[in-house]
Design a protein around this ligand. Structure first.
Ligand code: NAD
Length: 321
């Protein structure tokens, strides 16, 4: 068995490699070559922790495995550890023997950022020049860095529920040499692409805050009850997702479906656009919305890539198991 510890991931994995892995696996999901297993997520009644598994099998890439982990809210204060903890396990699909164990914390951030980037590549207008950020937490910095590589953005505008966190994303824009402006939500109408990445349970971004022609990537809603954008926005948009079953149950679409604004068949897979089986954006005035819920196959795809890179560089630890 190969082990790639968390501490090695930052030097091994690039944004480009994560983007490529995620684009390929979304395509494989839409063509039926890859599928996700039902998600297990449990309150374990200890340390207020949420723990679970996300797994799947990609027949095209021959990647089988799961990510185990969750959220331990007391970690930072009590142990100096980050609150999100996860590990990816990969198995040999021919024999069932365990192949690799890979640190999953940084990979989760990178694969989530890659997902919104893939959606921008395939759905945003080519001439998009203003990027709007709703959210300024840990994940927002990754989303922003990856998004800036997809179009020639001339400006980033940002809003956050906790304004004192805005310097997190401003720092990323400074590093990238792109001007940043803190704005109120109605000013998001200036944006050509909006990424929302918050842990909110009530909408911040309303339908009237989004102009025709905008691409919106909703990345924070990954649980029943969470919500970042007004459900009416999904009624005005062409809606895409990583996986339809998750979008309508734990993603942003759960609310628009419950309110009868859209139905399940209104939600298309981004992978179908990548494969050329769906036209994607069909006019410059259309609003496109990507409901990124986060699937196990994303974790497996980036973990498999990191194992290859670790083997190439002689960094993977080998254990007789
Ligand atoms: P974080 O705790 O670092 O940041 C939380 C963000 O949400 C901050 O910007 C905060 O100001 C904002 N926020 C908190 N309460 C709010 C409210 N009531 N209204 C509006 N905004 C509010 O968290 P993070 O690591 O950046 O993760 C953000 C979200 O992304 C979480 O919900 C997480 O579960 C989700 N996530 C999704 C995926 C995926 O694949 N889709 C992957 C990783 C994380």
């Amino acid at each position: 068995m190969l082990i790639v510890p968390e501490r090695e991931i930052a030097d091994l994995m690039t944004r480009a490699a994560a983007f490529d892995a995620i684009e390929k696996v979304f395509a494989a999901m839409a063509s039926g070559d890859a599928y996700n297993f039902p998600v297990v997520r449990e309150e374990i009644g200890h340390e207020d922790a949420l723990y679970g598994f996300k797994g799947g099998f990609d027949r095209a890439g021959l990647t089988l495995g799961l990510k185990a982990g969750g959220y331990w809210p007391n970690n930072l204060e009590k142990r100096g550890l980050i609150n999100h903890q996860s590990t990816v396990f990969l198995f040999d699909p021919d024999s069932g023997k365990v192949k690799a164990m890979v640190g999953g914390n940084l990979l989760t951030a990178l694969r989530t950022a890659a997902a919104s980037s893939v959606s921008i590549k395939h759905l945003a207008r080519k001439d998009a020049s203003v990027l709007g950020m709703v959210g300024a937490g840990h994940q927002a910095t990754f989303q922003l860095r990856a998004a800036l590589e997809q179009r020639n953005f001339e400006k980033v505008i940002g809003w956050n529920y906790h304004p004192e966190m805005l310097p997190n994303i401003e720092k990323v824009t400074q590093e990238a040499g792109v001007p940043f402006e803190a704005v109120d939500l109605p000013a998001m109408t200036e944006a050509d692409v909006i990424i929302s990445i918050t842990s909110a349970f009530a909408p911040s971004l309303m339908a009237d805050h989004v102009s025709p022609g905008t691409h919106v990537a909703c990345m924070g809603t990954d649980t029943k009850g969470k919500q970042e954008v007004e459900a009416a926005l999904l009624g005005r948009a062409a809606v895409f997702t990583d996986e339809v079953a998750q979008s309508v149950s734990i993603g942003e679409a759960q609310h628009a479906i419950a309110e009868g604004i859209i139905i399940e068949t209104d939600v298309a897979q981004l992978g179908a656009v990548i494969n050329g089986d769906h036209p994607g954006r069909i006019s410059k005035d259309q609003i496109t919305l990507f409901d990124g819920t986060g699937v196990g196959l994303q974790d497996l795809a980036v973990a498999a890539k990191v194992v290859d890179l670790a083997v190439e560089k002689g960094i993977a630890l080998e254990v007789d198991f």
